[in-house]
Design a protein. Structure first.
Length: 240
């Protein structure tokens, strides 16, 4: 039986929902993030605010929430020519992938997370990758996660489980999952404190949170929130 987990926690909507998911299921939960010189490095500050608010607002989870780890991964930014690590406009590449794709990012994240999990004796790694709203990123696919789980378990001679609670749901359903896990307080926390915007904009406040409102990450989050809000409103309306 699994009792401990390490959550890949960037401080965004998806990883915060995954953190709540893990805190509901495991007795000991730690978090890990990576500084790869991303343009939206403000997320590294946002994640600390999220952790603080979770400890403050959710006492049933606070006792389970353990150590946080931040790894310096500057080398990834150095070898990546993407719009997440360079000041370039967002666009589609000839490969059919958006230039927000950072090659090898999730593979490297999971490898380093597994090394920390090995040292900390954590059995499960939880990550917010998704095949429904994933922009075609190959390292977010379910097959990739299954392959990584096998490779890491074999390579470290320790049976790891990689959980992907968002793999088959869209952003509207991710908002709904957060509500089911932590009620409106968790939804409010995600709106106010998490960060998704690729441009690192924390000045423009929208119903779904802070961001430029125009980058791919903002549009995905905004559309998901609109769909979630419509579902909530329909459920609250009296029957005809």
């Amino acid at each position: 039986m699994h009792t401990s987990a390490l959550v890949l926690f960037s401080g965004g909507q998806d990883s915060t929902t995954c953190l709540a998911y893990a805190l509901e299921r495991y007795a000991r939960v730690e978090t890990i993030a990576f500084d790869y010189r991303q343009r939206h490095s403000v997320e590294l500050d946002a994640r600390l605010a999220v952790l603080r608010e979770i400890r403050s607002r959710f006492p049933q989870w606070a006792a389970k929430l353990g150590e946080d780890h931040l790894l310096d991964l500057a080398v990834l930014g150095a070898v990546s020519e993407t719009s997440l690590t360079r000041d370039t406009a967002f666009k589609m590449e000839a490969s059919g992938l958006p230039n927000t794709f950072v090659p090898g990012r999730n593979l490297l994240f999971l490898t380093l997370a597994a090394a920390v999990a090995y040292r900390r004796d954590l059995q499960v790694m939880v990550t917010g990758v998704c095949e429904t709203d994933f922009s075609g990123y190959p390292d977010c696919r379910d097959d990739t996660m299954k392959a990584m789980q096998l490779a890491l378990s074999l390579g470290m001679d320790k049976r790891f489980l990689i959980e992907t609670p968002l793999m088959w749901i869209d952003k509207a359903a991710t908002w709904a999952l957060a509500q089911s896990l932590g009620g409106q307080p968790l939804v409010d926390l995600i709106v106010e404190h998490t960060h998704t915007c690729y441009l690192g904009d924390r000045t423009h406040r929208h119903p779904w949170g802070y961001g430029c409102g125009e980058c791919p990450a903002c549009l995905l989050r905004a559309n998901g929130y609109a769909g979630f809000s419509q579902s909530v409103n329909r459920a609250a309306s009296p029957c005809d």
